[in-house]
Design a protein around this ligand. Structure first.
Ligand code: SF4
Length: 309
């Protein structure tokens, strides 16, 4: 694609975003960097619609990193509720503790310092630096990878892993920062992500209303189906340990502590074997999401959220 075409893609996607972007609370000017960080952690693997009420509650309860750092871990896990992957909640609290003790309670501004916080990876560090502080970091999530793959590489899907070639492409595609200090670069990140979330979706891209339809390499190639290597296997849920772990956590959020046998036998998951239930309970304890008192498997074994046993 020529530079003129790339510039046109930038302009059209950014213009589209200024009209079509969802009004999300973490995008509003009054949102604090802490609010942006919380949103980025919650949005990993969880859709916006499920994150919104939890984010609101979290920010009411813990408006600053220091508030979150001082909270009871059981309450952290209760407010996290069913967002899934609850280790994220404890990692977020660990990051809040590091921000409080090492950065005077202020979320650090650059990606390198953000990356050094517990539980903060490359994507989250870049996203917070960009969306909270306007730093022109290269932000690449699944939605952005898909838009890049379709528009610039003519591929139906980007494949399951972020490759070196995709990383190179993402860097090459970043708008120059010398004129505006990165305003356009950050807008490009946000706009491309939104285009992937709303228009250029994985299963049913809405090419008819896409602002770059006439510039899209995948469309120009006749929208070929994904190859086997481009497909990402959908994550199963039914019958998995994740489902069983989630069901145990749901019980513990209601009642903690509680007799372990009552939790395991009371799960409404007929297909989950006793071995699977026990394995999942043990893994929650190993992950620090639950604590235990009494010998495992004994009649006196109690289980609860951290700090309740
Ligand atoms: S034309 Fe279709 S495939 Fe190409 S970017 Fe737009 S929505 Fe995605």
């Amino acid at each position: 694609m020529t530079k003129a075409m790339t510039d046109a893609v930038h302009q059209r996607v950014i213009d589209w975003f200024s009209e079509a972007a969802r009004d999300l609370p973490w995008r509003r000017p009054e949102c604090t960097p802490w609010g942006v960080l919380v949103s980025e952690i919650m949005l990993q693997q969880t859709p916006v619609v499920r994150v919104l009420p939890r984010w609101e509650l979290w920010m009411q309860r813990w408006p600053t990193p220091a508030d979150c750092a001082a909270a009871d871990p059981a309450e952290i896990l209760t407010v996290w509720d069913r967002l899934g992957y609850p280790r994220r909640a404890l990692r977020l609290q660990s990051a809040a503790a590091a921000i409080t003790s090492q950065h005077g309670g202020e979320v650090p501004q650059n990606a390198e310092e953000l990356r050094a916080l517990p539980g903060i990876g490359e994507y989250t560090a870049a996203a917070v630096a960009c969306f909270a502080f306007g730093a022109p970091e290269v932000v690449v999530d699944t939605n952005i990878r898909r838009v890049h793959a379709r528009v610039f590489s003519g591929a139906a899907l980007p494949g399951p892993t972020y490759t070196a070639a995709q990383r190179r492409l993402a860097h090459e595609l970043m708008p120059a920062t010398h004129d505006d200090g990165g305003v356009r670069a950050c807008a490009w990140n946000a706009a491309t992500m939104e285009l992937g979330a709303l228009i250029c979706t994985a299963r049913s891209p809405q090419c008819a209303i896409c602002p770059v339809a006439d510039l899209c390499a995948w469309r120009a190639a006749g929208s070929p189906p994904p190859t086997d290597s481009q497909r990402t296997r959908g994550q199963a849920w039914q019958g998995t340990d994740r489902q069983v772990r989630g069901a145990i956590m749901a019980v513990l959020r209601q009642r903690s502590p509680v007799a372990a046998a009552a939790v395991l036998e009371g799960l409404d998951l007929p297909e989950a074997s006793a071995d699977q239930r026990r394995r999942c309970l043990d893994s929650l304890v190993a992950d620090g999401l639950a604590v235990r008192a009494g010998e495992p498997g004994s009649a006196v074994e109690q289980i609860g959220l951290p700090g309740t046993v």
